[in-house]
Ligand binder design. Structure first.
Ligand code: PHE
Length: 456
């Protein structure tokens, strides 16, 4: 195996913060509440939690094992562990797929920059409710303002990635992730204390199994995939920076638990407010951007400073969560260009910036001037989101589990999992996890894949 001097994360805490930083993002605060609202509240959450452990965690561990074993970017990992085989295409696919995700993710990241600025300028508090109602629609359908915000967001991402793994990614995630938990708890405490919040809490704890259709189950699995950043090489790339003496099972479980905990906290921060404001929980992707400003507006009517403070806290939380995820996507391509194409970090980040910016431009304009462009019946933004979260992520996840479960030697997988047999407790877990990696995860992914094909 080729030896290179590579950066590593400094400690277990740094590893978990970086991986959790990738996992915790718009998927938790923006996507999880509206998916829960759409697919039946508590019943959806139960399936999501079960699949996160039984299915998503094994995929994450597969990626982690491959990443740390090869100490390489996604393409290099395949070339190191299965030289000269067609697995290199998986390596290449997973260089491309996070760039595609980043292009629309960055547009939503841009919305959160705009909404943070609006909050700071007290726009939600000052406007009347009619103006609040039309704000989101008129913002995303305008041509340049969302493009400018997409650019601002992407520049922030590029700046952090450019600073490197240790001084950029590690430093930023170690600093911001704990703050993020504090902020979401503050939101939650406020939200559950609102009059009428009880209904929202009940919605999240009382399962309604009648709404749990096959589509809902597939959506719950898809959500756990998206939320844990799986199948697109981000966890693989981050794991390639984990030191050899680190316990990857513990780091993986730590990441999955933090991600799930954050999604639940976000659910309890958003839903009670949604119900308290008399808003329909299944409102869809606009739930957070379109409807929460109503609540900030309502609070602001009697206490303007409180409405402003709560909305600023909320959009800072979304922005930071989006940034820590977006940097993990950009790092995948950066590692590839630096290690395989021998570019310097600046050149690599610049190339990715241009590609993602241009693709993001089309996504952003697809809500306005390019709304007439349809791909298989979807606008550009929706098409990319569906392509990535329903197909590329599941397909990549499937291939990573097959690679770790069937292509790699069992002894190598065990060696990574137990650090050469030195971590006794992991010896105990190995058989179960290996069984999930080899059989349960691939079978379940094929099932989601087929369901998604039928539904679309
Ligand atoms: N997990 C991130 C979120 O929940 C999204 C993501 C997907 C990040 C794929 C990296 C790769 O927002």
């Amino acid at each position: 195996m080729e030896q290179r001097t590579r950066e590593s994360f400094g400690s277990r805490f740094a590893v978990i913060m970086a991986m959790a930083g990738s996992a915790i993002g718009l998927g938790n605060i923006w996507r999880f509440p509206y998916m829960t609202g759409r697919y039946g509240g508590a019943a959806f959450i139960l399936v999501y939690v079960a699949t996160s452990f039984l299915l998503a965690l094994p995929i994450m561990l597969s990626e982690t094992i491959i990443g740390r074993r090869s100490r390489s970017n996604t393409f290099g990992a395949m070339e190191n562990l299965a030289p000269g085989t067609r697995w290199k295409w998986l390596g290449l696919l997973t260089v491309l797929s996070p760039m595609l995700i980043l292009s629309y993710y960055s547009v939503v990241g841009g919305w959160s920059v705009e909404y943070l600025l609006k909050s700071c300028m007290q726009d939600f508090v000052r406007a009347d409710s009619g103006e609040v109602a039309s704000m989101f629609g008129s913002f995303i359908s305008s041509a340049w303002p969302p493009v400018i915000m997409h650019t601002v967001f992407l520049l922030m991402v590029a700046g952090i990635v450019l600073a490197g793994v240790k001084s950029g990614i590690e430093r930023f995630t170690k600093l911001t992730m704990p703050v993020l938990f504090v902020l979401i708890v503050l939101m939650l405490v406020y939200s559950v204390s609102l009059p009428g919040a009880r209904k929202g809490i009940m919605y999240l704890v009382k399962p309604d199994f009648s709404r749990l259709t096959a589509e809902a189950v597939a959506a719950a699995m898809g959500q756990s995939f998206f939320s844990l950043s799986l199948g697109v090489g981000t966890m693989l790339t981050y794991a390639s920076y984990i030191r050899k003496d680190e316990n990857i099972f513990a780091s993986g479980v730590g990441t999955a638990v933090s991600d799930m905990a954050f999604a639940l906290l976000a659910g309890f921060a958003v839903m009670p407010a949604v119900f308290a404001g008399g808003i329909e929980p299944g409102a869809g992707p606009g739930l957070v951007f379109e409807t929460l400003p109503f609540i900030f507006n309502k609070i602001g009517a009697s206490m303007p400073w409180l409405g402003t403070a709560i909305s600023v806290i909320f959009f800072i939380t979304i922005l930071v969560a989006a940034l820590t995820s977006a940097i993990s996507m950009m790092e995948v391509g950066t590692a590839y260009l630096v290690e395989e194409k021998h570019m310097n970090r600046f050149g690599a980040v610049a190339v990715i910036f241009c590609f993602v910016w241009a693709a993001g431009l089309l996504c952003s304009l697809s809500f306005g001037p390019l709304s007439h462009v349809r791909i298989f019946g979807n606008g550009i933004f929706d098409f990319l989101d569906k392509l990535c979260s329903n197909f590329l992520m599941t397909f990549g996840g499937l291939l990573f589990t097959v690679f770790a479960g069937w292509k790699m030697k069992t002894s190598d997988v065990r060696d990574e999992f137990t650090n050469g047999g030195t971590i006794r407790s992991n010896e105990f877990w190995f058989k179960t996890v290996y069984f999930l990696i080899r059989y349960v995860a691939p079978a379940a992914i094929v099932m989601i894949f087929v369901t998604n094909l039928i539904i679309d």
